[in-house]
Design a protein around this ligand. Structure first.
Ligand SMILES: NC(=O)c1ccc[n+]([C@@H]2O[C@H](COP(=O)([O-])OP(=O)(O)OC[C@H]3O[C@@H](n4cnc5c(N)ncnc54)[C@H](OP(=O)(O)O)[C@@H]3O)[C@@H](O)[C@H]2O)c1
Length: 314
């Protein structure tokens, strides 16, 4: 895969990133078994061997287990660390942490950001995270306090670059104003199932400010790739059926799979969307890299957009 610069930074990533959310098993509260850990390691390794050079993690993925599993993979493969970029996130705190009655909440206090980053480094067995993101906007966010935490992490050499996730353009701009360093990425949900960032100014801001949009759940959490029957009681079923139909049509003409076309649709955008592939199946992880060689025509792209919108363009 070719590489490109993340935002205005010197970091270079492959055109597809690999997401480690599911490497500890399905669901946030999955119990980690040796079998699951082995499958997660195999998936991470398959991504590395297939040419993915950016790996996306978070402190909360499987309660820190995803970082621990990935850290073990890094340790077992000489030279892997030097060839990849590691992204992690903080800011979401689960119910029951640290006390049994603690509620689910967001926390951008300087103390929590710094503590969480240090815990992630320990689990990963690393000295530095390449890109550190705030996971979801904290309702009580104080941009000046976040800027101080970021500065301390940067000065200590614990983080190279910073960004955010699930931020609106206004939230991004407010935090950027307080930060002495450039924020280089906004990780948001983008797929044919989720078009918000095309309309809410997110991609426009990414383009004008040179911010890399990282697309989470690029296959709608699997809904765009899977072939299971669509529940006709689902309010959205007609739109989903139509998206699948158009994907299948294009996939057949290009002798590839529906999932590859769904990823190629994201890659076509000139802002350079970075899709984060989330499959844990080594075969699928390899197969999806074919998307970088599929260059959809404007007509194919718009046919899919209309299907995804569920109505004709004006
Ligand atoms: N910042 C945030 O708030 C946020 C939120 C969610 C996710 N993320 C990041 O985004 C990454 C990707 O999210 P995601 O896992 O939801 O992405 P996704 O690629 O949309 O979905 C992956 C899921 O789809 C399933 N799937 C079904 N058919 C498939 C096919 N034909 N090809 C590929 N996958 C298929 C996979 O199952 P198999 O494993 O069996 O292939 C897997 O469970 C995460 O790992 C995480 O790093 C970030």
């Amino acid at each position: 895969m070719e590489t490109f610069s993340l935002g205005t930074s010197a970091l270079k990533a492959s055109q597809l990133a690999y997401g480690c959310w599911r490497i500890g098993g399905p669901g946030e509260s999955s119990e980690i078994t040796l079998e699951r850990e082995a499958a997660g390691s195999r998936a991470s390794l398959a991504a590395f061997e297939a040419g993915y050079t950016l790996f996306d993690l978070a402190d909360i993925y499987c309660h820190g287990e995803a970082e621990r599993i990935f850290g073990k993979v890094l340790k077992s493969i000489p030279g892997m660390r030097e060839r990849i970029l590691i992204v992690s996130k903080c800011g979401i705190r689960k119910a029951g942490d640290p006390d049994a009655d603690s509620p689910y909440r967001y926390d951008f206090s300087a103390g929590h950001i710094i503590w969480s980053c240090e815990q992630s480094l320990k689990r990963l067995g690393l000295e530095r995270i390449d890109l550190y993101l705030l996971h979801r906007p904290d309702y009580l966010c104080d941009p000046e306090e976040v800027a101080q935490a970021f500065s301390r992490l940067k000065q200590a050499g614990k983080v190279a670059e910073f960004g955010v996730s699930n931020f609106s353009p206004a939230q991004f701009a407010a935090l950027q104003k307080a930060c002495p360093m450039r924020l280089i990425a906004n990780q948001v949900e983008i797929s044919l199932m989720k078009l918000d960032c095309f309309h809410d100014g997110t991609l426009t801001q990414c383009s004008t400010e040179q911010i890399t949009p990282m697309a989470w759940s690029p296959l709608g959490g699997g809904r765009l790739g899977a072939s299971d029957p669509i529940d006709l009681r689902d309010a959205d079923h007609a739109r989903r059926l139509h998206i699948r139909e158009v994907l299948d049509l294009i996939a057949r003409s290009r002798e590839t799979s529906r999932a590859v076309i769904a990823i190629a649709w994201l890659l076509k955008h000139p802002v350079k969307i970075l899709p984060i592939v989330g499959s844990t199946d080594p075969e699928r992880i390899r197969e999806l890299t074919k998307a970088v060689d599929v260059h959809l025509t404007r007509e194919e792209w718009y046919r899919l957009l209309e299907a995804a919108l569920g109505h004709r363009l004006p």
